[in-house]
Unconditional design. Sequence first.
Length: 116
Amino acid sequence: VQLVESGGGLVQPGGSLRLSCAASGFTFTSYDMSWYRQAPGKERELVAIITSNGGSPNYADSVKGRFTISRDNAKRTVNLQMNSLKPEDTAKYYCNANLWRVYDYWGQGTQVTVSS
C-alpha cells in the first residue's frame, strides 16, 4: 500500500496550492479518502473527507469555502485545492485512506507553509 502526497510548498498569504495524493496497492474505489494536517505542537486534525463514490465531501469549519477535495477513481488520486491560504494553514498535510474504520492507511505527508 502506498499513498504519495505532492504539491506542498511555500506560498504567500492569499495564495493557492493544489495537493495531490497518488494511491496504489489497495482497492481505491472502496475507500473513503481524507486529508489531515498537523502543525507543530498541535494534534493532527481532519481537513476534508470524500466518500468512496465521490459524494458528500465534508470540511473542517476552518477551511470551508476555501478548500475543495476531489477524487479521480480512474487515476487513483485525491486532490485538495487550497485557496485564500492563511498563515494558520501552515502544517504538514497527510493523505488518508479508510475502509470501515478498520483498514487505515497514511502517506508520509507534504509540508505547506504560508508566509510572507
